[in-house]
Design a protein around this ligand. Structure first.
Ligand code: TRP
Length: 445
């Protein structure tokens, strides 16, 4: 029998790319570009991915591959008798916090896909866009029901296990997703008036770069590559011990970044061609785009393809977040996969419902002046992930050391990874990343 608890070599890459490519690429990246000066933001983002994200990615990969364990077990194995396993616990907690609002947005995407399949955004049905948005997002039951449907889809995939669940799903869906978004991008760029959108994306406006731009770019570079919460530790622990960590990390980073840019090319030209507002924030995807699909030739079809892509992207990321919790419960508490899944499912649905209700149905659901969903987003993406990433690189740089780092990158000398590359990455991990993260944390206070 094949071992269902490990990924194949191709499986690691599609699963990691599946985790990285998500709502963050389609929903968050285009509006961040819009708010932060177009190409200037993209350039900074690319630099951060290369200089900061890739070394963190390698660090998580090394921890997962060496320990072959969930995030908590990994730190226990690599630093026995220390307090380092708290970094793993922080990661599992962060995955929970993130997932409890991610499933709400996943639910909106599902709802929009269903509506586009019913041609509700076609001009023949004279759609009431604000009404649809409010029904999908701000009411009590529809958002919760669709959130549960999204969670059921996630759970069904995860029930199949690592290889015949996660790997199998990502192997089929990632290429599908890629071609969908590529097709929409090409179509959008052929629309009359699209040139303005392309210029907006690619013409650098450095006057818009402020401290906040840097923080936004850094946050996005963590979020988009699924860093700082043990996600890549978990997936790397399912890789064979002689997997090439550098190759997997580089391929994932390239796929995720190119995907974000292609998604930008799918969204911005259409926004400009039909006079939408590129800086309409998170509402861009759910409020602005449907109005554009209505005016676009073949728009009802494009709407279906777009929301299908959004749902697939959300699903392949959601399974990676839930898997972090499953791996922890299964390995540390010896739970059966089904039992762990039922527990996580129930908890996420409860907290997810609170996030959902905070969007309008129960206006009083606020923490520190933020609605509960934004609060969970802020806490996980800006606080827990940043601290998680910081502690992860400190662990590699100052605790595990260069010897083990080199062993894991070169697979005990059998892989031909140049010595200068190992030295450079280790130097960045040990000094550059911690300093940059601390500076940006201080600046954002
Ligand atoms: N990377 C995903 C996105 O872009 C979100 C995500 C999945 C994530 N797993 C994660 C973010 C783990 C941080 C950590 O939508």
């Amino acid at each position: 029998m094949k071992d269902n608890s490990k990924f194949s070599s191709f499986g690691v890459i599609v699963a990691m790319a599946g985790s990285a490519v998500g709502l963050g690429n389609i929903w968050r990246f285009p509006y961040l570009v819009g708010e932060n000066g177009g190409a200037a933001f993209i350039l900074i983002y690319l630099a951060i991915v290369l200089l900061i994200s890739l070394p963190i990615f390698l660090s998580e990969f090394v921890i997962g591959k060496r320990s072959q364990s969930n995030p908590v077990g990994a730190f226990r194995k690599l630093a026995p008798g220390s307090k380092w396993h708290w970094v793993g616990i922080l990661g599992v907690a962060a995955a929970f916090v993130l997932m409890s609002f991610y499933c709400v947005v996943g639910g909106w995407s599902t709802n929009y896909l269903v509506r586009s399949l019913g041609f509700q955004f076609s001009s023949a049905n004279s759609p009431d866009f604000a009404g649809i948005f409010s029904n999908c997002v701000e009411t009590t039951w529809p958002p919760i029901i669709y959130m549960v449907i999204f969670m059921i889809m996630t759970a069904v995939i995860l029930l199949g296990g690592v290889k015949s669940g996660i790997e199998k799903f990502c192997k089929v869906m990632m290429p599908t997703l890629f071609f969908l978004v590529l097709f929409i991008a090409i179509y959008a760029m052929c629309l009359p008036g699209a040139g303005e959108g392309i210029r907006y994306l690619f013409r650098p406006d450095f006057s818009k770069i402020t401290g906040n731009t840097l923080i936004a770019a850094l946050g996005q570079a963590f979020f988009s590559l699924s860093l700082g919460m043990g996600c890549m530790v978990t997936y790397a622990s399912y890789a064979s011990p002689d997997e090439n960590a550098t190759r997997c990390s580089v391929i994932t980073a390239i796929s995720d970044t190119s995907f974000a840019i292609i998604a930008g090319c799918a969204v911005m030209p259409a926004v400009f061609a039909f006079g939408g507002n590129p800086e309409s924030g998170p509402g861009l995807v759910f409020l602005t785009l449907p109005q554009i699909f209505e005016k676009m030739p073949l728009g009802s079809i494009v709407a279906i393809l777009f929301f299908l892509a959004l749902l697939l992207a959300a699903l392949t990321s959601a399974i990676s977040l839930v898997e972090v919790m499953l791996a922890y419960l299964i390995q540390e508490f010896k739970m059966k996969r089904g039992v762990a899944l039922a527990l996580v499912f129930a908890l996420i649905c409860v907290v997810g419902s609170l996030c959902s209700l905070s969007q309008g149905a129960v206006p009083g659901l606020k923490v520190f002046g933020m609605d509960f969903l934004s609060f969970m987003d802020y806490t996980s993406a800006n606080i827990m992930m940043t601290i998680g990433a910081l502690l992860t690189v400190i662990f590699i740089g100052w605790k595990l050391g260069k010897g083990i780092f080199r062993e894991e990158l070169t697979n005990h000398g059998t892989l031909n990874i140049p010595e200068w590359f190992v030295n450079m990455e280790f130097f960045i991990i040990k000094y550059v990343v911690p300093v940059v993260i601390i500076l940006i944390m201080v600046a954002s206070l």
